[in-house]
Design a protein. Structure first.
Length: 180
């Protein structure tokens, strides 16, 4: 089945970009990033950026933008059976235009991949990296998907350690120090 992703969510002052691979079935049905209730993305973003799962989806996206976090996916579209990244037919993958996005968001300093599948798709789609990408820090984090079965506390700790230096307070452009 052909799946098409969502547009980017980003404020003009975004400092980091979190890239997934391609939204899963539940996310596509609800038209929301990370809509599967078993995916811990919003639990982690609640702890790190106050984008708590109990908030409305729009409020969570607004909160991420206030904290300097942008969201998008590597794939604009691809054929996939089910929701697993392993089922993405790479021969049908159409990548998002990340170079244009990064030129339009010059404050982005790092790209964080939500899982190794997103990082692998990114490398296959964009290597050799254009200058807009080559100058950034690229970090692969544990997937927030339920398929990645490590304890939430471990995922949260790893995400916190990676993202904390980049998150701003939401009301100013100062960086907050999150306790580890």
């Amino acid at each position: 089945m052909k799946c098409s992703g969502f547009g980017p969510v980003a404020g003009s002052d975004a400092r980091v970009l979190i890239l997934g691979s391609l939204p899963g079935r539940i996310s596509l049905e609800l038209n929301q990033y990370y809509a599967n209730p078993r995916n811990v993305f919003w639990l982690i973003m609640g702890e790190l950026a106050e984008a708590y799962p109990h908030r409305t989806y729009e409020s969570r996206l607004d909160q991420l933008q206030r904290r300097g976090v942008a969201l998008w996916d590597v794939c604009a579209s691809a054929e996939r059976t089910g929701s697993l990244d392993a089922n993405i037919d790479r021969s049908t993958l159409v990548p998002n235009d990340l170079s244009s996005f990064l030129r339009g968001h010059p404050h982005i300093q790092a790209i964080f991949f939500n899982g190794s599948a997103a990082a692998k798709l990114f490398r296959r789609s964009f290597y050799p990296y254009p200058l807009t990408i080559a100058s950034l820090q690229l970090v692969t984090l544990d997937s927030t998907s339920p398929a990645r079965t490590i304890p939430l506390s471990e995922k949260l700790s790893r995400w916190r350690n990676a993202l904390a230096p980049y998150l701003n307070s939401g009301s100013e452009n100062t960086i907050i120090g999150l306790k580890i």
